[in-house]
Design a protein around this ligand. Structure first.
Ligand SMILES: CC(C)(COP(=O)(O)OP(=O)(O)OC[C@H]1O[C@@H](n2cnc3c(N)ncnc32)[C@H](O)[C@@H]1OP(=O)(O)O)[C@@H](O)C(=O)NCCC(=O)NCCS
Length: 270
């Protein structure tokens, strides 16, 4: 019988956990309670996130119920979790399978916990959503406003220092590295954050400021400050960022193509 992708990712996590117990008996208890005793990816992740995000004000047992209820209410969350895990597996050379990012990668955890906070925000349970945002940023070091709209198949590598503002949109198959800011300029109110279209790659430490559109398949160099719209399939770099070339591929986020192919010394672009 063919195994669909939804099941195969869970099977892979499960099998890798079993194999790891043989290699590292010291982790047997953790792997058993976190992965092996569960019957689905959702159940395992909910248990794991609840343990990490628990606090005196919201203990893990209550958090677990909340996460389970949210995932059951919106099956798109489960699909997005799998697409994100597949993205980490395919694009992050440090992932070595599915189990390691599932258990340990903060960017993945922050994004999945954000998906719960985002659902709560849209249900008008806004204080609880912000409560969760606060714990996510305390625990994982990434601060994603619960109203921010995140697509699926997203890689947030490392997670540390990532800040994504309230009216930001990040479409499917985007990759970003640590310390990326999708923020406001401080001069606008209302809809004031970037709109990042499909397949964009954002390098470490890049600051994208204002309600600017980053076109599909664009690439932003590490450490850039982007203040203007970026056309699709262009590479920008610098402070402030200027067009410096064109990515080799249509979706640089998928290839993690971090090269700057062609630099125009006069900054005039292509
Ligand atoms: C500095 C800032 C307030 C803009 O100030 P401003 O005086 O209105 O500047 P403008 O947007 O008119 O830009 C003036 C020039 O400075 C450049 N510039 C603006 N912000 C810049 C920055 N952060 N770094 C480098 N150059 C910058 C612009 O490109 C422009 O250059 P040009 O005249 O050659 O085209 C704003 O861009 C900024 O950096 N705000 C901080 C926002 C922030 O930290 N957000 C995070 C929220 S989570």
């Amino acid at each position: 019988m063919a195994v669909d992708q939804e099941t195969s990712i869970w099977l892979a996590v499960h099998q890798e956990a079993s194999a790891e117990i043989a290699r590292e008996p010291i982790l047997a208890g953790f792997l058993h309670t976190t992965v092996l005793k569960h019957d689905s990816l959702e159940s395992s992740l909910s248990f794991h996130l609840a343990g990490k995000l628990a606090s005196e004000s919201l203990p893990s047992i209550l958090l677990r119920e909340l996460i389970d209820e949210t995932m059951a209410a919106d099956p798109r969350i489960g699909r997005a979790i799998r697409a994100d895990l597949q993205a980490v597996h395919d694009r992050d050379p440090a992932s070595h399978g599915y189990l390691t990012p599932f258990l340990y990668f903060k960017g993945f955890h922050a994004l999945q916990a954000h998906r719960i906070a985002h659902w709560l925000w849209n249900q008008e349970r806004r204080v609880l959503a912000v409560h969760l945002q606060n714990r996510i940023s305390e625990v994982f070091g990434a601060d994603i406003h619960p109203a921010a709209c995140m697509g699926s198949g997203i890689l947030i590598d490392h997670g540390t220092g990532v800040v994504i503002g309230e009216t930001a949109v990040v479409e499917d198959n985007v990759s970003m590295l640590h310390e990326v800011t999708l923020g406001g300029t401080g001069k606008q109110t209302g809809d004031r954050h970037p709109k990042v279209r499909e397949g964009v790659l954002i390098g470490a430490g890049a600051k994208v400021l204002g309600n600017v559109e980053i076109g599909a398949g664009a690439k932003i160099g590490a450490g850039s400050v982007v203040l203007d719209a970026v056309p699709p399939h262009r590479t920008v770099a610098g402070v402030p960022a200027r067009i410096v070339g064109m990515p080799h591929t249509t979706a640089p986020a998928l290839e993690m193509d971090q090269s700057i192919p062609h630099v125009y010394t006069d900054g005039s672009g292509i």
